[in-house]
Design a protein around this ligand. Structure first.
Ligand code: HEM
Ligand code: HEM
Length: 329
């Protein structure tokens, strides 16, 4: 417990430091915006070179403006793809949930049962839980503020909050990587070469997938168990690996460039000012995939023996185990 308190303090001071860092860096943009706002009538948001104001009244007058304006520039294919995939994912989890309710009702009618608490295993260290909840808080804030800017246009409150939370997430992610390397925690996420080459990973993924497509409705037990040493089941392993080592780094790398490109002249000249719209496009596409991950993630955590079983594991660190008991007699 004492050990956990140390980690919690460490992460909270980290988040505070990141917040203060953001608060110092970002007002430069915002202050420019306020002075522009007082003198101009119509504003268009642009980001650009160091001396360009955050808001200008006529984008076409700028020497090298971005060819992307948040809230205004829309690519039809991204909008359609984003909408369709997000709705598809939502419909998929809702359909799965309805089937679970239906089969649960049917199974209970055929042979009534209850889950009896049999014990608990310690799975998540304090550092992982604290990191996870901070990560969740930052990412949810970024999804809300990011998509609000995308659909309703930017405002300074949204932009400020988004950038500040973005910087906090970046700092947290650096610590996530350090922890992954120092404590070899990355091994939890990455399947081993042997596991891949021998075909074991594919077999396990199919077995795990069949449970969610069939077994869960029939009321059978999940064939995989979590332990402190191997806490992720095959599907979790692959999807969390994609989330934490592909999707999140993508939003972070593109986001960091967008916060203040003038601070990264090397990167901007490598990409080319005329190609900066691609940075927005990748940021937006990756943001959609993070949002989809979150919908599936929030649903999947309800898929334990009891609805709050997984949630409580991430809160307390202890995974409660249950046994089915026939209560028909
Ligand atoms: C899961 C995390 C994130 C999500 C879901 C997200 C989402 C978004 C979305 C939807 C937009 C609007 C894009 C558009 O309309 O084309 C945006 C813009 C932006 N994002 Fe993110 N973002 C995330 C992380 C980050 C991070 C980590 C940073 C910085 C370190 C960042 C910095 C920015 C910046 C600078 C913009 C341009 C708007 C502005 O300057 O205020 N984002 N984000
Ligand atoms: C309110 C939002 C969230 C809730 C309630 C939540 C809940 C949970 C729960 C209960 C677990 C444990 C699953 C289990 O034991 O089976 C978990 C694990 C995990 N979650 Fe979340 N989560 C949220 C947001 C996020 C977000 C936004 C991300 C990243 C994009 C994320 C990434 C992860 C990862 C990587 C793990 C595995 C942790 C590990 O074993 O290292 N979660 N989450």
């Amino acid at each position: 417990m004492k050990k956990n308190a140390k980690y919690i303090k460490f992460f909270l001071s980290l988040a505070l430091a990141a917040g203060i860092g953001g608060a110092v860096i970002i007002p430069r943009q915002t202050m420019n915006a306020v002075s522009a706002e007082q003198t101009e009538k119509v504003y268009t948001e642009v980001h650009g070179e160091r001396d360009l104001p955050y808001l200008v009244n006529n984008i076409h007058k700028l020497v090298k403006p971005y060819n992307y304006i948040i809230g205004k520039t829309k690519y039809l294919w991204i909008e359609i793809l984003g909408y369709l995939l997000t709705l598809g994912v939502f419909a998929g989890v809702m359909g799965h949930a309805l089937l679970r309710v239906f089969f649960n009702y049917k199974n209970q009618k055929a042979q009534p049962y209850q889950y009896v608490h049999t014990g608990e295993d310690f799975i998540y260290d304090g550092i992982i839980r604290t990191g996870h909840w901070l990560n969740a808080l930052f990412i949810i804030t970024l999804i809300i503020t990011g998509f609000a800017m995308h659909y309703s246009g930017p405002s300074h409150v949204l932009g400020y909050l988004h950038n500040m939370t973005g910087i906090s997430l970046t700092v947290l992610y650096i610590f996530f990587l350090i922890h992954a390397v120092v404590r070899l925690d990355y091994k939890q996420y990455f399947p081993g070469v042997k596991e891949i080459l021998s075909g074991q990973l594919i077999k396990d993924l199919i077995k795990n997938g069949m449970f969610y497509l069939h077994g869960i409705f029939m009321g059978t037990k999940n064939p995989f168990h979590s332990s402190h040493e191997h806490r992720l089941m095959p599907i979790q392993k692959v999807s969390y690996m994609a989330a934490m080592y592909i999707q999140v780094p993508l939003v972070i790398m593109t986001g960091v460039i967008l916060v203040e490109p003038a601070n990264l002249p090397f990167v901007v000249s490598l990409i080319g000012m005329e190609n900066m719209n691609f940075v927005f496009i990748v940021h937006l596409l990756a943001a959609f995939t993070v949002f989809m991950f979150l919908i599936i993630h929030l649903y999947m955590i309800t898929a334990g023996d009891k609805i709050a079983q997984h949630l409580m594991t991430m809160v307390t660190g202890y995974h409660k185990t249950y046994q089915k008991k026939d209560v028909s007699k």
